[in-house]
Structures are given as structure tokens and as C-alpha cells.
Design a binder for this molecule. Sequence first.
Ligand code: AMP
Ligand code: ZN
Length: 468
Amino acid sequence: MKLYLYNTMTRSVDEFVPLEDDRVGLYACGPTVYNYAHIGNLRSYIFEDTLRRTIAYAGYGVSHVMNVTDVGHLTDDQDDGEDKMIKSSREMGKSVWEIAEFYTDSFFHDTDRLHILRPHVTCRATEHIDDMIALIARLEEKGHTYTAGGNVYFAIDTFPTYGQLAQLKLDDLHAGARIEVDEHKRNPKDFVLWFTKSKFENQVMLWDSPWGRGYPGWHIECSAMSMKYLGEQFDIHCGGIDHIAVHHTNEIAQSEAATGKQWVRWWCHSEFLLDETGKMSKSKGEFLTLDYLVSRGFDPMDYRYFCLGAHYRSQLRFTFEALEHARNSRRALFSRILELRKQAGDSQGSTEGAGRWLDEFREHASQDLNMPRCLSALWGLVKDASIDPACRLAAACEMDQVFGFYLEQLNPEKAEEIPFEMMELIREREEARKAKDYSRADEIRAILLANGIEIKDTPSGTSWRKLM
Ligand code: AMP
Ligand code: ZN
């Protein structure tokens, strides 16, 4: 299967051709571990997982590497802001190392529940300080750095293509001077590679270096670790779009300045999850976690389904009504699958009879991961009564290699929260409402009620609850 992916560098959807024939190197910027991941962060990791699964489905091997930013002060794009790890440490009465450990575990607990495959290599910043020091030394040797006020900076004026990814104009780069607070910088866009002068009191994470005892700037960790595990040139680097302008721009500058060659070939970025006030972010204080969704009775797969219902390059607005809608569809899908399993019995299905739907699915997956259309193909397949149930089941499981719902492992005891026929009625009623056939909708409401299921309509769909 040929794969076409949007590349932020070229701003176009281009055919994806890896460096090596059969193995794709994929690097993803990982979590900062001073707090729980919010569901916006998790949307990015669901995207990266979909990307990885699609690449594998297309027939390539994948080497997936992700960092964990466990150095707390490295949380701000602009090299400033408060030290969030120390703040957490104070608030929770734990050491910064314990904080990092705690939130790293919590991150993987979330991603496991969302069926996000673990990276082949997970690398912690604190375990790769030597690699970062070696890279900074290399940059220093080539004249890309200067030291001022105790810190080592990258001089962006020594790297002529600086800002290409974000389409920044070099002439404009001095324009930010008004808001710049660090008077040591020669260019306001210069960034710190190594700090010896901590802006933060009580800095406990410190390492010896040729420039003095201190700690690395944030951006250097991704360059050093990705090159260590994937080589000086690799295929894909991904993250959320907030990383384009500063973090990824700086990563490119320092990596390519050090090696003198192109570093990453494809840049894939996912759009934001929004809440009522805009981008969901940790610094706003209050944010939604997967645990919170679960405490409200949602299954992690409801959130995965919700995310796959939008293209990764579109903003997605989160509301509980929309999540309920996704839950209804997800449950209806799972019920269908269990029903197909019942009908198929012992017969081993081949996917042959389902070619039409699989072709449609592959077409949409290959065109920049169009998951909403892929889901439509899945629905078309499971509903297509002209195809033998065992065959539909086999094709659905093939598609699931990309969706990651783990349809094959569905447990009828757990998944069949309400009977299949009732789930079908809920869907039929939603369709009747859409077609403004209110008398049929009312009729179905009455049937459901008689079966102990109460319906509630919201602007974005129907939610239901079982009456005791
Ligand atoms: P962080 O732990 O803050 O470094 O973020 C981890 C990942 O989540 C990064 O790839 C960010 O770009 C991404 N991210 C942060 N906020 C959002 C959001 N509201 N929606 C989607 N992705 C986000
Ligand atoms: Zn990064």
C-alpha cells in the first residue's frame, strides 16, 4: 500500500518513501512528567499511534522512539517560566525524581488503556545527559554557540535556514526583541543549550559539564536522543502543532548544524483538542484527564473512537455530549462485532468477499490517515448483509490493525452492556431524528423505555441509561 502523508516542511501531502526499503524510523516528542497528561496530550499520542499502525499496515517495519522529559525546568518553549517539577515536588512532598517516576507511570497507564502501543525505545532525558553534552560540544566546535551570563546559547544566525519549518522569515526574527527578557541573547530567537545559571532556586537536577555544573536546555534532548537511537538521518518526527515554531525549529537547527546534513525527512503534526476556552493546556491549571472520563462512566475506547472521528489535522472540540455520541457509536460497533462473531460461529472467514470495503478503507488510510472515512468504511462493511458474517468479521479485524480497538479481544460479558437489538434501535432512532421522522423516533423511545432504557437527546446526539 502506498502511503501519502502531509509533511509540515513542504506543506503538502506527498508520497511517503522511507530512507530504507522496509524500516521506518519514527520519533515522537514525549510527555513532560510533572503532571498528569490531559486528554489533549493524549489526542496527540493517539494520532502518533495511528500513524505507526498505518505505516505497519502498509507493510513497513517501524522503530518508534519517544523521549520522556523528566527534567522539570525544561517545560517552557522560551527557556523560561517557573520550574514545574519543583513546584509539583513541593506540593506533593516528594522529590523531583519521585515526581518524574510517578507521572511517567501514570502516562503509560493512560496510553495502555487507550491501546497506544508502547514505543520500541522510551528514553529519559536524565539518562542521556552525556549524549546531550557531546552534541553541544560538537556544535561548539563548529562555531554555532556562544557563552553569555553563564549559559551556552545556540546562535541562530550561524544557521542560514533557521525557521524553515515554521516558515519564519529570518529578517523578522529580531522583531521579537521587545518581549525578550534575556539580555544575554544576541538574537532573541537564540536558545539555551546548557544552563549553569539557574533561574530557579533549589535546582536539584544538576550535572557536570565542560561549561560548568548545570543542566541542559529542553530542545537538545530530542536531537541527542533521536540521533542516538535512529541515526543522524531518519524518516519521521512528530508532535503537536504547538511544537512547530520553537521546539522543532530549534531541534532542526542544532541537529543539522551539528551533522551538516538533513536530519528528519517528514514532519507530522497533529492539531489541538479544544475545550470551551480554547486549547486544552496544563498551564491553565484545570484540565481533563482520562481518569476523569473513566470516573464519569466512559470507557477509554470511547475517547479513542471520539479522536478517530476527526482528522488529525483538524481541531477537535471536546464536549461530554460529543463523547457520549462517540460512546453510542462505539458501543453499537462492538455489539455488531459480537453479533457477527455469534453468527460466524466456528467458520474461519477470509477477507476475500469484503474487497470493496477493504479497498475503500485502504484508500482513505493511505491518504494522510483519513480515519473518519476509514470508520465509515468499517461501518459499511459490518452492515453489509450481502457479505458472509465470518468474512465481515475477518475484514473488520484487519481494519482494526489500524484502529486499535482490539475487536478480536472483545469480551461479550463486558462489552454487551445493553442488548444488540436495543443498540440498533438507538441508532435507528438517531437516524429517524436526523430525517425529522419524529413519530418513528417517539415510537422507538417507547420501545426502549419498555425495555428499561431511557433516552436523552442532546444537540450532538443521544445518550442513554439503563433504568434500575
Ligand atoms: P507536553 O507533555 O505538554 O509536552 O505535551 C505532549 C504532547 O501533547 C505534545 O506533542 C503537544 O504538542 C501535545 N499537546 C499539548 N496540548 C495539546 C492539545 N490541547 N491538543 C492536542 N495536543 C496537545
Ligand atoms: Zn522534542
